[in-house]
Design a protein. Structure first.
Length: 72
């Protein structure tokens, strides 16, 4: 499954790169991109576990950028 999400308050391109790296390391994620310019994130992951994977995505993103909100 591939889904796109809008981000709110992503402050810098470096944070976007760190978030993207962390998300791509999550088990079940096939591909992930985080765009600072567009304030968007695209996640491609295992359909059966997508909700659990997204919970982990939110957790790792909060570690990198605590003020950033993923509009699920």
């Amino acid at each position: 499954m591939k889904k796109k999400f809008t981000l709110t308050d992503l402050d810098c391109a470096n944070c976007a790169a760190k978030m993207e790296d962390a998300i791509n390391k999550i088990d079940g994620v096939t591909a992930a991109t985080v765009s600072f310019i567009q304030q968007k994130m695209t996640i491609e992951a295992d359909d059966a576990r997508f909700d659990d994977i997204m919970a982990e995505v939110v957790r790792v993103c909060k570690k990198v950028e605590p003020d950033c909100f993923i509009n699920l």
